[in-house]
Design a protein. Structure first.
Length: 319
């Protein structure tokens, strides 16, 4: 009997240790680097995810760094200072709030699309999500708390938009899921549309995929232990970041975008979100595009969908 008890204790310790490592790697701002993965510690980038369009990506990155922007700070609902940069254009027709992905940065994650938008009458607000860049916070919550930060930024735009320009939310990867989750938080009629590029359908779905892919672990019971850590330490639940459920209540038009060759956040995530969406919606699947790479793979197609989306919803009142 004592041998069985010892084995059970050892097993529990292994499971607890595994959950702790997973939690630190995934949610802590300090993070942990996993070799060969397309994400890293804050401030580091594995540029191999743009290997087929490196030159263009670096040009867009440098364009972003060369822009003169207004530095902004807002206070989150849980008293964190959140940082953003506002880029004005000549003769603006709309404002696009750009939201980067997991351990990301606007200069890498959204610069290509932003460059095009800026040239086509869009003021741009680039934000650092909590626990990223110059924004405060110790834990990344995969959209669970970030969705409330989007609401805060929307309220800022509402108070600093004297021309009453239509506002759009543009998110990539985790930023995509964040804006989808924010859609039910009373951000209409300010927001006229969501541009949702390669997001996951829920926190649980992406963590299950990462448990199998990056850690080679069965999701159960490790994810149950990880969610306990999220509740106790980072103060959120997996259900707080469920884009698929949010889409069932959403009333804001959505342009869904995903690469057909995305093996990091599988295309079926966007298909689930698209099918669940109760609002007006469009779907663009880009052949040959890997994760967060659809724009670089087919700029003309991406731009055509953006232009059509803006033309359709710029002057519509969203309720």
């Amino acid at each position: 009997m004592s041998a069985i008890v010892i084995l059970l204790v050892i097993l529990l310790l292994i499971l607890a240790g595994t959950a702790w490592v997973f939690f630190q790697f995934t949610f802590s701002r300090k993070g942990m680097r996993m070799p060969g993965k397309p994400y890293a510690k804050e401030g580091e980038y594995d540029l191999r995810i743009w290997k087929n369009c490196m030159e263009q990506h670096l040009q867009d990155h440098n364009w972003y760094l060369e822009q003169s922007m207004d530095s902004l700070t807002v206070m989150s609902e849980d008293q964190l200072n959140l940082h953003g940069n506002y880029l004005h254009c000549e003769k603006p027709e709309r404002i696009v709030l750009c939201v980067h992905g997991f351990r990301g940065d606007p200069s890498h994650d959204v610069a290509g699309v932003a460059r095009y938008l800026h040239q086509h009458h869009c003021d741009l607000l680039f934000i650092n999500q909590r626990a990223s860049g110059q924004s405060e916070g110790n834990y990344i919550t995969f959209g669970a708390k970030e969705k409330n930060d989007i609401k805060t930024w929307c309220r800022y735009l509402e108070a600093h938009n004297p021309k009453k320009l239509p506002v759009y939310l543009y998110g990539v990867s985790m930023g995509c899921t964040t804006i989808l989750c924010a859609s039910t938080l009373g951000i209409t009629p300010l927001v006229h549309g969501l541009i949702a590029d390669c997001g996951y359908s829920s926190i649980r779905s992406i963590l299950e995929a990462q448990a199998r892919g990056s850690f080679h672990l069965p999701p159960y019971p490790v994810l149950s232990l990880i969610e306990l850590l999220c509740r106790w330490i980072a103060k959120f639940r997996f259900s707080d970041g469920d884009a698929q459920e949010a889409m069932k209540q959403n009333r804001i038009p959505v342009l869904f975008i995903h690469g057909n060759d995305d093996h990091f956040v599988r295309t079926e995530n966007t298909l689930r979100n698209y099918e669940a969406c109760a609002a007006e919606k469009e779907l663009l699947l880009v052949d040959g595009a890997t994760h967060a790479n659809s724009y670089n793979v087919n700029e003309q197609l991406y731009q055509a969908y953006l232009n059509r989306f803006f033309q359709k919803w710029d002057n519509e009142e969203i309720r």
